[in-house]
Design a protein around this ligand. Sequence first.
Ligand code: G3H
Length: 478
Amino acid sequence: DGEAYKYYSDGEWKKSASGKTVNIVNPSTRKTHYKVQACTQEEVNKVMEIAKSAQKAWAKTPLWKRAELLHKAAALLKEHKSPIAECLVKEIAKPAKDSVTEVVRSGDLISYCAEEGVRILGQGTFLVSDSFPGNERTKYCLTSKVPLGVVLAIPPFNYPVNLAVSKIAPALIAGNSLVLKPPTQGAVSCLHMVHCFHLAGFPKGLISCVTGKGSEIGDFLTMHPGVNCISFTGGDTGIAISKKAGMIPLQMELGGKDACIVLEDADLDLAAANIVKGGFSYSGQRCTAVKVVLVMDSVADSLVQKVNAKVAKLTVGPPEENCDITPVVSESSSNFIEGLVMDAKEKGATFCQPYKREGNLIWPLLLDNVRPDMRIAWEEPFGPILPVIRINSVEEGINHCNASNFGLQGCVFTRDINKAMLISDAMETGSVQINSAPARGPDHFPFQGLKDSGIGSQGVTNSINMMTKVKSTVINLP
Ligand code: G3H
């Protein structure tokens, strides 16, 4: 009926006093599909205040009880997978099946986090003083992990639910409170997900969800003195946040230009299958997507042919019909992608398919013979466009990978495991996949980017540790 979704504060659903709303445009129809509240700075202040006091009580709640509530939220999320997935389809044009997978994966992540939390937070360390020169055995040091306080979580549009819970669950199990600022596209999916936490019965004010324009409340949130930790996934905004934020722990994952190096001895069928999956799933809108193929010239023709055969089979159309390629998130994103394609065209790249676009729907395109002077060799399209650069030595591939500002993941295809290990060591990225496309999951694996790809490491254990600090108590004996 066009009414805007309410935001979540103090355990209640509220309308913003601003009287203003933000439109969420369906990428497929390019029409407003939902509306959310445009929260004010005063409302953010209120949420911060409540989060601070709710956290004090939460930190005293036994760990096993915190875990129990998280398990409950996980079960509720899975129970409500269909309506949440439906929102993902309408807000971010994620194929219907993948949308359900995102919600289920999120439930699993919450449960795993609860399990892992009770294990790692249930342990501390014990040190004695006489192991350090000059000391007698007169000091006993006990350490435990204590929460940071209020964690601010900012997930991106491409995994609004999954990359929200990957921040929420570790924050909560560790005894923190949580303020969520969803992306505009994906905000309604986030609100539904938060509703599952509400139904699970978490204490009032422990979790809040404020919606609104980044330009109005973005800096206000990230620079808020009440925030004790920021976990952000997204684009360049993260670099700006890291410069403006206070002296608090930051966890940032900011995109990548993941290279796929294909050697002469590679299983080319395996490489082609992974290149298509890695490059084109969710229309290339994944930070871990394969974003440049660096293939040895001697096998390049054969690889390109195999990739093209698979690209031809990709279905293109609406997310409701589970098409492989669906409209990209916005018109500005489509225009940006088109700019990269036009630049490559002017500079002489080989188009393996004709360039085709209808609205935000862009047909999958493999660009062969890309050279370093083309923007697509370096920039992240976040769309279904994949450049192939032909190389004459492994070093050339490694050098291209390392010349990028990004350093998220990379992958190498070869049957020689020794070579693969050496290449992995040489690639300046947070992870290297041997004989598979880059991917974050399984979600308990450490996940981190070097250079402009991020700060800190994610994955369940690392996130829990990052959202706590070590507290020592020293017993001094007479
Ligand atoms: O977009 C960034 C995500 O962290 C990538 O996750 O590898 O599961 O698609 P994924």
